[in-house]
Design a protein around this ligand. Structure first.
Ligand code: ATP
Length: 317
């Protein structure tokens, strides 16, 4: 389990527009540091990127907080390909934990093992102290899942799907109805709720799937790319719902390719590359004084120069 030491740094924000001359701007307040920084004119993009304010959405839960998810030495091989190569993670209660990594890094495979959708070759998963593979029923009772490739009973309406999910989780009909109404309202699905899920857009499908994952008020929500295909307004709404869930003592583990989103909402993160965790811990530890994106790119081996694609400029017409 690696993590890096955090330089206590808050740096200047991205200027909204390039100013004519150097000026002093009040800088967004970090919980730790307040600085004033000069705005430099006409900077290269990379320099501007580095000047983003490093803020944390909320402090990570203290070391004394009970771990709700403990993953030890997970290994998963598909033939010759080791998709997950001894991954260990610890997520504490009340954490908003982001998992980032390049395509094919093993995020979905790891989250699928955690949620009981895929059997590991080696390793252990404990959810709130319960061995998820020895006692899957108990573990699943306290877990809500938004899987990567949504396989929903899409010949049901949204209302029927919510009803089915609540009933499957052992809730009584009155509780299911009340919670379903709250969720439909929170996710803004009122107009679609009596239509077949098969006819939903990708974003609406994500929302109804997430509502189904939450209806039994799980302790842990594991969400694979929850914001993919979701419009910005809905994403903000969704973030709000998840933040309230975390503020109320819930724990979220999500994967995303949006570094901005992870930095905005998560207090902790793990960077997974080629099936291994290269950094994890509180967000500031993981990004080590850089933006999460820069740290991610650094750990992933840097940006690739786009060479050898000259043909792309010889337009076919
Ligand atoms: N069912 C499967 N059979 C064979 N190989 C698989 C299977 N599922 C995943 N893999 C392989 O395991 C590796 C990790 O895949 P995984 O889907 O976990 O990556 P990921 O980090 O979620 O990627 P992305 O960001 O693109 O969704 C990849 O090389 C992938 O091809």
């Amino acid at each position: 389990m690696e993590s890096s030491v955090v330089p206590e740094a808050s740096v200047a924000p991205e200027p909204a527009a390039a100013p004519e001359s150097s000026a002093v701007l009040p800088v967004v307040v970090d919980e730790v540091t307040v600085v004033e920084a000069p705005v430099v004119v006409a900077e290269p993009a990379a320099a501007v990127r580095k000047k983003r304010t490093l803020r944390v959405a909320r402090p990570a839960p203290p070391a004394s907080a009970i771990p709700v998810l403990e993953v030890e030495g997970l290994v998963k091989r598909f033939g010759q390909n080791t998709a997950v190569d001894h991954i260990s993670l610890e997520v504490r209660t009340g954490s908003f934990f982001g998992v980032v990594g390049p395509n094919g890094a093993g995020k979905t495979t790891t989250l699928s093992i955690i949620t009981g959708l895929l059997r590991p070759d080696e390793g252990r998963v404990r959810i709130h102290g319960i061995d998820a593979w020895a006692d899957p029923l108990t573990a699943k009772r306290i877990t809500g899942v938004l899987p990567d490739r949504l396989r929903l009973f899409d010949r049901l309406t949204g209302a029927q799907l919510l009803d089915y999910s609540g009933t499957l989780r052992g809730l009584d009909p009155r509780t299911v109805r009340a919670r379903a109404a709250d969720l439909v309202n929170a996710f803004g699905l009122e107009d679609a709720i009596d239509r077949l899920v098969a006819d939903y857009s990708a974003g609406m499908t994500k929302k109804i799937a997430l509502a189904c994952a939450m209806i039994h008020s799980p302790r842990l929500l594991v969400l694979d790319e929850p914001f993919e295909s979701v419009d910005p307004v809905s994403a903000a709404n969704l973030t709000d719902i998840l933040e309230r869930y975390v503020a109320g003592g819930g724990t979220v583990v999500l994967s995303s390719h949006s570094m901005d989103l992870i930095e905005r909402v998560c207090d902790s993160a793990a960077i997974v590359i080629a099936g291994r965790v290269l950094a994890q811990g509180a967000l500031d530890e993981v990004r080590a004084g850089q933006t999460l994106e820069d740290r991610f790119v650094e750990l992933a081996g840097g940006r690739k120069a786009a060479e050898g694609m000259e043909w792309l400029h010889s337009f076919s017409d």
